[in-house]
Ligand binder design. Sequence first.
Ligand code: PMP
Length: 358
Amino acid sequence: MRAFNFSPGPAMLPIEVLEQAQGELLDWHGSGMSVMEISHRSKAFEQVAAEAEADLRDLLAIPGNYKVLFLQGGASAQFSFVPMNLAAAGDTVDYVNTGHWSHKAIAEAARYARVHVAGDAGGNYTRVPSQSELRFSEDAAYVHYTPNETIGGVEFGYVPETGGVALVADMSSSILSRPIDVSKFGLIYAGAQKNIGPSGLVVIIVREDLIGHARPGTPLVFDYKEISDHQSMLNTPPTFAWYMAGLVFKWLKKAGGMRAVGELNRAKAAALYAAIDASHLYRSPVARDSRSWMNVTFTLGVPDLDAAFLAGAAQAGLHGLKGHRVLGGMRASIYNAMPLAGVEALIAFMSEFERRHA
Ligand code: PMP
């Protein structure tokens, strides 16, 4: 009875994780309490927090000179945390603009610093700029980009080279989808509700030398140094989401870690794009070298069929396929918890739908 949920986030969670959480919901590890009901300052929760961090460090091979923070406020709050902590008033900050989410990050950063747009693939955001198209400023405090644009479905196949300037990445919709070299980044942030766990949590991986430079007036709970000095427990953290993230990290390790998970994600995306490219009805608007592994956008050559497509899909147990309201069309978000069987079910439905409407 579980649906295949292609929603961009909050997104599907692994069934094994949901079952484990269900099994220990009323009595967590013999405590007679839910993990939701215990103090974040208890030894027991400290253990949950420490294990989640250790497992994430293990999964992404996070070097020792990086801190891992678990916070509230979603990825959107990081749009302001980043300039408040990494740039002084009047500093220039470089942003690569590849679509909806980088645009939002730019608008927020412009309230705190001078934004230079270092790259913009232009047009309808159907591709990412290449390294040679990026134009960084001389003296940027940092370079920010969005490795995967959740709405447009465009993804960088490379990590921009910034010539030593700290690289900041909004990895909300691509973290843990494939191996990454954390040492190439100054700071990574990701809202949890796609590949990490339930919403209400954002994970930050930040190089130590970037901590401790918050501009005067930064609220304490927004200051990476304060947060880090208090192990992300300056105030009450989203404990249940943090616990769930920990279960997801263990699930990913059991699945073989980033290399195995990345291979599966590559296969899932390749199968879906191949089906789209082979059809006469569906079309991917995204340039081949910029296609997202996580958010596959496509349109129907006959837009009048959109409603019938969505209704038929829902009947077949395939949910959340409607594209973002600003773009229209369809979007299949196929994060880690979407099994290959879900992608295959979608491909089978698409093919049958096309045959019926040929
Ligand atoms: N950045 C990206 C790439 C996203 O996909 C999203 C949410 N879909 C956000 C930022 C905003 O996240 P939140 O709702 O957690 O603030």
